[in-house]
Design a protein around this ligand. Structure first.
Ligand code: HEM
Length: 170
């Protein structure tokens, strides 16, 4: 799997932009997280294969009632929160994301490309729900943060010897 030397670190000003705009999102973390995951699973239905409780569901309203979906929404948002509040501490960021990457590779066997797709959906929903905060500049910085997340997660995949099994995630 391709893995560049390093991810571009955020500057102090960029860190502040991320932290300032994350507050209103995290305040509504369950609602926003559920919207993100529903859009993810509706637009990329193959991503449901990993979730026993709703892999065969197509109706978004039914998905919304799944406890497993809600739980994963909160876990995703919780992990992003840990990254955002610890941006000043690169070791903490890398250890949190290494754990996420390792679990998804070893335990859940999730194709890493889905992390890239989910990042795009996260940003899309944040921007739609909080247009006053997610201006073009802010979106760029968040894209940089998501690239950093992806870099750490895929680094963990490489470390556990993940071999890409399929070239297409969609
Ligand atoms: C930023 C992205 C993500 C974060 C922060 C995240 C975080 C987590 C966390 C903290 C857990 C619980 C602990 C564990 O079992 O490892 C978890 C479980 C899980 N994740 Fe993710 N995840 C992300 C993306 C994904 C993606 C893209 C998929 C698949 C398409 C996925 C599939 C799963 C599955 C199947 C479980 C187990 C669910 C269960 O047992 O009910 N995750 N995730």
């Amino acid at each position: 799997m391709e893995h560049p030397e390093r991810a571009e670190p955020l500057t102090d000003a960029e860190r502040e932009m991320v932290q300032d705009t994350w507050g209103p999102v995290y305040k509504n973390c369950e609602e926003v997280g559920v919207s993100v995951l529903i859009r993810f699973f509706v637009n990329f239905p193959s991503a449901k294969q990993y979730f026993s409780q709703f892999q065969d569901m197509d109706d978004p309203e039914e998905m919304e009632r799944s406890a497993q979906l809600k739980q994963h929404a909160c876990r995703v948002m919780g992990a992003i929160n840990t990254v955002v509040v610890n941006l000043h501490d690169p070791e903490k960021v890398s250890s949190v994301l290494a754990l996420v990457g390792k679990a998804h590779a070893v335990k859940h066997k999730v194709e890493p490309m889905y992390f890239k797709i989910l990042s795009g959906v996260l940003l899309e929903v944040f921007t739609e729900e909080f247009p006053e905060f997610f201006t073009a500049d802010v979106q760029l910085v968040w894209t940089k943060l998501m690239e950093l997340v992806y870099w750490h997660v895929t680094g963990a995949y490489t470390e556990v010897g993940w071999v890409q099994l399929s070239s297409s995630a969609v």
